[in-house]
Design a protein around this ligand. Structure first.
Ligand code: BG6
Length: 789
């Protein structure tokens, strides 16, 4: 409101004056790539739109290049400008000549250059009997130059009173939260927030700019559909065929997440996910709703991402940045990210963000796929697109390129007929044979812009008209970095999967998700683990025999290891419930599994908790509410977050009649009976164990007189450390399990891990060596600290 009021006030204030108005546009970096490709054309487009509507213009292309060279480049660019197809060529030539006359090149380097520019503008305005309305500075320059330029504009080139200043900035806006904050603070010391226009050119794409108006104009149809009950998933995708050749000095520092996901795809995500403001044309409301959407984004974990790098990339970096032959880059050129939004509207709906270079096609889109619970009795040949509930139901904001070749909004005919402004959107003509997202084009209501306009022309026009909703505010920018920075940090040393590029990629980059976990669908044949260096290069990687004590070994960094184990437990649970209707899981206590419990509690919505029985592997003889109780740990980190029926939770009966583990209470026998009654053959589906530094497991300690063999299923034991009295499943019972997972983490376990790798079967000395499932599977999960030291 404030913004809009300011813009109007300035305009109307000036309308009161009789003198004709002038806006000066200063394009910094006017000879650069972006300027030559898009910005000059965008400025020309603005001129075509606005000339004759009461404004005069002057365009100053500036750069560090000498005047002579700069003029030469600019002359060529101006010569190549084009008019819209429907403009008569004579009229076009006339306007182009005018635009050329109003455009000049000058070098802009020192504070004196800025002062001189300001004086020249003032003199020219006065000379021509005009009144200055405002100045637009468009900074198409590398970000390291921002602060100096900002200082010079602020100190020597602000327009006089009554005229506005608009400063346009191009990404990257920082490298992470810290640098973005720093840059924002520095820029904030020179400019007011309303003076800054941060460009995200995706917000200028016609289809992206249409997302909120579309949601607004189709409220009646979408109100009931735009939520977790109806949306199966949302895909936000930007695929490119080009690679990073020629841009590696930029790309090597940023990579695909910073280049595309943190900005373009995140902006689109917020437009889809935000609550719809009552007034979608109010920049303030849009921003507030966007910020709320950011707040609801669930933090990303390392396993929320899959990364890739096209094979030729490192070679390109070596050539372009003169790196030695031994240099290998870890910069991802492909990323798939799974985002969840923890609010009532979106809880449980996966948002998949994906972008990559050197892929098989160039296309960008947002696809909202709706759930389908219909069953159609008639055979498929009788299905009618507009009526059959069995055909896929989806809305696609087709941002551009791809098989359709133009931007479009597509709505499945079996959803509803959308409303779009008929002056600017028209129905797409039929294209027999063209299929998009599994359906023939004719199965969609499909609309494309009456006049295609490139993003920069649209944004430049919005800057001129003070439409701030198409730009990224400081708060918005920082919220995005808050979301992405922890993931970027945790992925800093991640080795991306290499892909050949183009159609050759085959299924190599396909990925899938379960719970909160994303992984490539096709496993690599060998397990690669990095050397001990903190920042491993691909060349440091070695292929390991993935075996430990003759059983499969999974080793990774702690977070990844926990994610993998949680994923494996969930998969085992789903399988068991599918086959037997229930899942019996026995869990150890102590500190190692805490992260696992937390992971299971937060990231695994598909876990069949309602059919899971939870048992304790061992327990300390303390009351259940005691912080040292294993049950208490389970309760705090897992049980209170998931919905396991109370009668499926089986704490060990260590506290009975105010006594702790009294022999005469026969708690161990009672637990054994409960197991025998509920668990077929006493065979747990999964037992999770740890390994102590003395080689103990469960509460079975070296030289334990009970539990290492024999008939007893549950035993009372003594621990060398306090609390000494324990209850534990016995080795014979553990070994009846279908699967035993042993989780070993931390540098402290390094020595015992090394020792146990060499010893034979000697449970008296090292109880862990007695873990050998009779017919089930044993898998070791060790983090690199425990395994590699
Ligand atoms: C830019 C990225 O912001 O967007 C490029 O820096 C990317 O790496 C480009 O190629 C894609 O934009 P478009 O408009 O071609 O989808």
């Amino acid at each position: 409101m404030l913004m809009a009021a300011m813009c109007v006030a300035l305009l109307s204030g000036l309308q009161a004056q009789d003198l004709p108005r002038q806006v000066s546009i200063i394009l910094l970096g006017a000879t650069g790539d972006l300027a030559r490709k898009y910005l000059w054309q965008g400025l020309f487009h603005l001129y075509l739109e606005e000339v004759g509507k009461g404004h005069h213009f002057r365009f100053h292309g500036t750069a560090l290049t000498s005047t002579e060279q700069g003029q030469e480049v600019i002359a060529k660019v101006l010569e190549s400008l084009s008019c819209p197809g429907d403009m008569a060529s004579g009229h076009c030539a006339e306007l182009k000549a005018q635009f050329q006359q109003l455009s000049e090149y000058r070098r802009l380097k020192t504070p004196e250059d800025y002062l001189a520019l300001s004086k020249d503008i003032e003199a020219q305005v006065e000379h021509e009997g005009l009144r200055e309305t405002g100045r637009i500075f468009y900074l198409s320059v590398p970000p390291f130059a921002y602060v100096d330029i900002a200082r010079n504009i602020n100190s020597s080139c602000r327009p006089g009173p009554g005229a506005w200043l608009r400063v346009v900035l191009e990404k990257p806006f920082g490298h992470d939260l810290h640098s973005a904050q720093q840059l924002a603070t520095e820029l904030g010391s020179f400019f007011q927030e309303e003076e800054m226009y941060r460009v995200d050119h995706y917000l200028g794409k016609q289809v992206v700019a249409q997302i909120l108006p579309f949601r607004d104009q189709n409220r009646a149809a979408l109100d009931g559909l735009w939520n977790r009950h109806h949306v199966e998933r949302v895909e936000i995708v930007m695929k490119e065929t080009l690679d990073a050749e020629g841009r590696t000095s930029f790309y090597e520092e940023y990579g695909v997440i910073r280049d595309v996901l943190q900005n373009h795809l995140t902006e689109v995500l917020t437009l889809v996910a935000m609550e719809l403001p009552v007034n979608v044309s109010s920049p303030e409301s849009v921003l507030q709703h966007k910020l709320q959407a950011f707040q609801a984004l669930r933090s990303l974990q390392r396993h929320s991402a899959v990364l890739g790098q096209y094979q030729a990339y490192s070679g390109q970096v070596r050539r372009e940045l003169q790196k030695p032959d031994s240099f290998h880059s870890l910069t991802p050129t492909f990323a798939g990210i799974l985002v969840h939004i923890d609010n009532l509207r979106w809880e449980g709906v996966p948002f998949i963000l994906m972008s990559g270079k050197a892929l098989d096609e160039r296309v960008s889109y947002v696809r909202i796929l709706f759930k389908n619970q219909a069953f159609c009795v008639q055979s498929e040949k009788h299905w009618v697109a507009a009526q059959s509930r069995c055909l896929p139901r989806q809305i696609i904001f087709y941002i551009g390129h791809g098989e359709l070749g133009s931007p479009a909004v597509l709505v499945s005919r079996n959803l509803f007929q959308p409303a779009l402004p008929s002056a600017s959107w028209k129905e797409v003509e039929g294209r027999p044979g063209l299929h998009l997202f599994g359906l023939p084009l004719s199965d969609y209501y499909a609309y494309s812009p009456v006049r295609e306009q490139d993003a920069y022309s649209l944004l430049i026009s919005h800057i001129f008209h003070c439409r701030k909703d198409s730009f990224v505010t400081t708060e918005n920018l920082l919220a995005s970095w808050v979301f992405w920075t922890p993931l970027l940090d945790s992925l800093a040393h991640e080795v991306p999967r290499f892909y050949p590029g183009g159609a050759e990629n085959g299924q190599l980059l396909d990925f899938e998700f379960s719970g909160g976990h994303l992984s490539f669908s096709q496993p690599l044949l060998e397990q690669l683990v990095p050397g001990p260096d903190s920042a491993p290069l691909p060349s440091d990687f070695q292929v390991l025999r993935a075996k430990y004590r003759e059983s499969p070994l999974i080793s990774a960094w702690p977070e990844e290891l926990i994610a993998r184990l949680a994923g494996d437990i969930e998969a085992a649970a789903v399988r068991a419930v599918r086959r037997f209707g229930k899942f019996h899981l026995a869990l150890s206590g102590g500190s190692s599994p805490v992260a696992l419990f937390q992971q299971l509690a937060t990231g695994h919505y598909s876990f069949p908790w309602a059919h899971t029985h939870l048992w304790l592997v061992d327990e300390r003889c303390v009351p259940l509410w005691d912080p040292e109780s294993n049950f208490q740990g389970l309760q705090t980190h897992l049980l209170q977050h998931v919905r396991v029926p109370h009668y499926n939770v089986h704490p060990m009966p260590v506290h009975w009649r105010q006594r702790l583990c009294a022999e005469e209470d026969q708690g161990a026998q009672a637990y054994a009976e409960e197991i025998s009654a509920l668990v077929t053959n006493g065979s747990f589906d999964l037992v999770l164990l740890g390994m102590g530094t003395d080689g103990h497991t469960a509460s079975l300690f070296p030289q334990s007189p009970a539990g290492l063999d024999g008939e007893q299923l549950v035993v009372l034991t003594t621990s060398p450390s306090s609390p000494h009295r324990r209850m534990s499943l016995s080795l014979p019972l553990i070994n009846r399990a279908r699967k035993v997972a042993v989780l070993v983490m931390g540098r402290m376990k390094r020595e015992i891990a090394m020792l146990v790798s060499r010893v034979g079967h000697d449970p008296k000395k090292w109880p862990i060596s007695g873990v050998l499932p009779d017919s089930g599977q044993l898998v070791w999960y060790m983090d690199y600290d425990a395994f590699l030291g």
